[in-house]
Write a protein that binds this ligand. Structure first.
Ligand code: ASP
Length: 431
C-alpha cells in the first residue's frame, strides 16, 4: 500500500478540497454569476479528475469481486468450511446492523431533535424537494410487483437472474457474488490439477485488479480533493444550521460506532489493537468519505485488508464483497434515526413494538440498499410508510443528506473490515 505518507497525502487532499470548497461556497454567496462560474469550474476541472479516480475503482469491482470470491471459496477446499464461514459472517453482519439501528433510534428517542421543528422551514423543504421526493418514490415503486408470483420472481431475479451478464452490466453485485460462490464451490469438486490452474488464473486476475487500484490510489490525493471540493462548494450550509441538531446527533452516533463499538468488537472478537487497525484502514475511510459509495470503496478495502491489515486474501476476498453489498451498519443507523426524526417533526407517536419493527426493517433494507450515493433513500421511504410516518417527510432531510451519506459510508465499509478481521481471527488456528 502507499504507506504512511500515502495516507497523509490523501488526508491532506481531503482537507484542502473541503476547505477550498467551503471557502468558494462562502465567497460566491448569493451571486448567480459567481455561482455559474463556480459550477463551470467544478464541471470542467474537479468533476473529470474525480471521475477518473472513481471510474478506475468502478472498473475493477466486478472482476475483482468475482475472482476474489471464487478463489476464496475454492481455496477453502471444503464446502462445510464455506458453510460455517458464511454463517459466521452473516451472524456478524446482522449483529452489528441491529446494534447500529438500535443506537440511532435510541439517540433520536432520547434527544428528540425533531420535536417543535419550525413549521415554516418544514413547508419550505417540502416545496423545495418535492421533485426529488417524487423521483425517489418512483424509484421505490418502479420495480415493486403487486402480485405474489411477481414478488417471488423478483426475489429470484435478485439472486439468480436468467441473464448473468445483463445483471453484471447493470452492476448488480448480488448475482455476481452468488455465481462466484457457486463457481468456487464447483471448483472444489473438480480434478485438483485443473482446480489449481484455475485458481492461479483467478489469483492473477485479482492481483492485477488490486494493482489497478494502486494506480487509482496514486491519483487519490488530488482526486479526493476534487470530489470533496465539488460537494462542499455546492452544499447548502444555511440548511445545515436549521437541521443542526439532527445532523450533529447522527454524526455523533457514527463517531460512537467508530471509536467505541468497533474498537470493542476488534479487541474482544478479533483480538486486534483497534487504534492500529483504524490507522491502517485510513485509506478505506477516506475513499468512502469522498465517494459516498461502498461499491467504489470495495477495491481499496480489499487492497488495504490484504496489504496493510494482514487479513488473509481468501477471507478478505470473501467477506468484503459480501459486506459491501449486504452489511451497511451506518445505513441501518441512519435509517432508524430518520424515521424517528420525521415522526417527531410530524408529531407521530411510535409505539415500542413499532420501533422494534423499524429496527428489523432498517436491517433488511440496509442489506438491500445499493452501495452508491443515496442508495438507501428509496428503500427508506418504504420503511417510513410501514411505520406510519409520512414518506414525503424525507424532503426535510434531503438537503443535508450528502454529509450524512459520507459518514454512513465510512461506517458501512469499516463494519466490513471489522467483520473481516473477526472472521480472520476466528478461522485462524491459534498459535
Ligand atoms: N452511500 C451508502 C453506501 O454506499 C448507501 C446509502 O446508505 O445510501 O454505503
Amino acid at each position: 500500500m502507499s504507506g504512511g505518507s500515502g495516507h497523509n497525502r490523501i488526508l491532506a487532499g481531503l482537507g484542502i478540497g473541503a476547505v477550498a470548497g467551503v471557502a468558494a461556497n462562502t465567497l460566491v454567496g448569493d451571486s448567480p454569476q459567481a455561482r455559474a462560474t463556480l459550477d463551470t469550474l467544478i464541471d470542467t476541472v474537479a468533476h473529470p479528475i474525480g471521475q477518473i479516480f472513481l471510474r478506475l475503482l468502478f472498473v475493477v469491482v466486478l472482476p475483482l469481486v468475482f475472482a476474489s470470491i471464487a478463489v476464496g471459496v475454492s481455496s477453502l477446499g471444503d464446502l462445510k468450511k464455506l458453510g460455517s464461514l458464511g454463517a459466521r459472517t452473516l451472524f456478524f453482519f446482522v449483529l452489528t446492523s441491529v446494534l447500529s439501528a438500535v443506537l440511532g433510534i435510541t439517540a433520536l428517542h432520547l434527544l428528540q431533535p425533531g420535536a417543535g421543528f419550525d413549521p415554516q422551514t418544514l413547508a419550505e423543504m417540502q416545496a423545495k424537494y418535492a421533485g426529488d421526493v417524487q423521483s425517489l418514490a418512483s424509484k421505490a415503486s418502479a420495480n415493486a410487483p403487486t402480485d405474489l408470483l411477481g414478488r417471488v420472481n423478483q426475489i429470484l431475479d435478485m439472486f439468480l437472474p436468467r441473464n448473468l451478464l445483463k445483471a453484471a452490466v447493470e452492476m448488480q453485485m448480488i448475482p455476481v457474488i452468488v455465481f462466484a460462490l457457486v463457481f468456487g464451490a464447483a471448483l472444489t469438486l473438480i480434478d485438483t490439477r485443473r482446480r489449481e490452474s484455475m485458481n492461479t488464473v483467478l489469483e492473477a486476475l485479482s492481483d492485477a485488479m488490486v494493482t489497478i487500484v494502486g494506480f487509482a490510489m496514486k491519483l487519490a490525493p488530488l482526486a479526493v480533493g476534487c470530489l470533496i471540493f465539488g460537494v462542499t462548494a455546492r452544499f447548502g450550509f444555511g440548511l445545515l444550521q436549521k437541521l443542526g441538531a439532527y445532523v450533529a446527533i447522527i454524526l455523533a452516533c457514527y463517531v460512537i460506532q467508530l471509536v467505541v463499538l468497533y474498537p470493542v468488537l476488534l479487541t474482544v472478537m478479533a483480538r486486534r489493537n483497534p487504534w492500529q487497525f483504524l490507522k491502517s484502514a485510513m485509506p478505506v475511510m477516506v475513499t468512502a468519505l469522498s465517494t459516498s459509495s461502498s461499491s467504489a470503496t470495495l477495491p481499496t478495502s480489499i487492497r488495504v485488508a490484504q496489504e496493510s491489515l494482514g487479513i488473509r486474501p481468501q477471507i478478505a476476498g470473501f467477506v468484503l464483497p459480501l459486506g459491501a453489498t449486504m452489511n451497511m451498519n451506518g445505513t441501518a443507523l441512519f435509517e432508524g434515526a430518520v424515521v424517528l426524526f420525521v415522526a417527531q417533526v410530524f408529531g407521530v407517536e411510535l409505539a415500542l413494538q413499532t420501533q422494534a419493527m423499524v429496527v428489523g426493517m432498517c436491517v433488511l433494507t440496509a442489506i438491500g440498499a445499493a452501495g452508491v450515493p443515496g442508495g438507501s433513500l428509496p428503500l427508506l421511504m418504504g420503511v417510513m410508510a410501514q411505520a406510519g410516518v409520512p414518506p414525503d417527510g424525507i424532503a426535510i432531510v434531503l438537503g443535508v443528506d450528502r454529509v450524512l451519506d459520507m459518514g454512513r459510508t465510512v461506517i458501512n465499509v469499516m463494519g466490513d473490515q471489522v467483520c473481516a478481521a473477526y472472521i480472520d481471527a476466528a478461522d485462524r488456528p491459534r498459535a
